[in-house]
Design a protein around this ligand. Structure first.
Ligand SMILES: Nc1ncnc2c1ncn2[C@@H]1O[C@H](COP(=O)(O)OP(=O)(O)O)[C@@H](O)[C@H]1O
Ligand SMILES: Nc1ccn([C@@H]2O[C@H](COP(=O)(O)OP(=O)(O)O)[C@@H](O)[C@H]2O)c(=O)n1
Length: 228
């Protein structure tokens, strides 16, 4: 079977990484969560005085962007990759509401995107990769053999995120999460550089009424059609 590139884009919290990880694990592909990379840059910015309230010191971040090294390492317990920022495991920290509330403004910055896209393209050079995000099918891998664009209603997406945080024992407010999901969708769709949009050749999946198992089955069917 030939190795292909799989790009999964779509709105926040709709299940992209869940299905991308499952597919990658079963077919032996690399999985990259590109959102985790933007979240890691955001965490770095919070921890290194780049934010003053909601205002970003873009000059400082521009100077430091080359010092921000992001990598992934398989967590043997979860069987999934954890995100590392300059050698430190930040997988839990990057999922906090504070990072969620600041990540989309950081992701509008052209020099941040330039650096992340270069790193993502290097990771996908050999194909055999599943990457999820917002601009994978449009900008990072425009020639990907399989492109999926996932969507679901904001309410169901917020509920899924809420359930996830609760299950991890983290404090969460449904209204705050719903507001964050809507706000990020707006910023992601309206930014100048690589806005979130469906690539013309992407398959649309609305998984509002699909279970995790059903969407996994659907994705496998698409993979099998293309990778033959
Ligand atoms: N079809 C589905 N039905 C119910 N819950 C789902 C479904 N797909 C994903 N989830 C759950 O929703 C949450 C968000 O999924 P995730 O894959 O992190 O989304 P994304 O990568 O799009 O932000 C996770 O807790 C995940 O387990
Ligand atoms: N390829 C990508 C991936 C994420 N992002 C940004 O990073 C944020 C977090 O991405 P994510 O995939 O972790 O978001 P969730 O949907 O998992 O909450 C998004 O809301 C975007 O602002 C991006 O701009 N481009």
């Amino acid at each position: 079977m030939k190795k292909i590139t799989i790009a999964i884009d779509g709105f926040s919290s709709c299940g992209k990484s869940t299905m991308a990880k499952d597919l990658a694990r079963e077919v032996g592909y690399i999985y990259i969560d590109s959102g985790a990379m933007y979240r890691a840059v955001t965490l770095y910015s919070i921890e290194n005085g780049i934010f003053n309230g909601d205002v970003i010191d873009t000059e400082k971040l521009k100077k430091e962007i080359k010092n921000i090294r992001i990598s992934f390492q398989l967590n043997k317990e979860t069987g999934r990759p954890d995100t590392y920022l300059n050698g430190v495991n930040v997988e839990n920290k990057i999922r906090s509401m504070e990072v969620s509330s600041k990540v989309s403004p950081i992701s509008t910055l052209d020099f941040v995107r330039e650096e992340m896209v270069a790193q993502q393209q290097a990771m996908g050079k050999e194909k055999g990769i599943v990457m999820d995000g917002r601009d994978i099918g449009t900008t990072v891998f425009p020639d990907a053999e399989l492109k999926i664009f996932v969507t679901a209603t904001p309410e169901i997406r917020a509920q899924r995120r809420y359930d996830e945080l609760k299950a991890k024992g983290q404090e969460a407010s449904f209204d705050e999460i719903l507001e964050n999901v809507k706000q990020r969708d707006y910023i992601d769709q309206n930014r100048e550089v690589s806005p979130l949009r469906k690539a013309e050749d992407a398959l649309l999946l609305d998984n509002t009424d699909l279970s995790i198992e059903e969407q996994k089955k659907w994705l496998f069917e698409q993979f099998n059609k293309v990778s033959k």
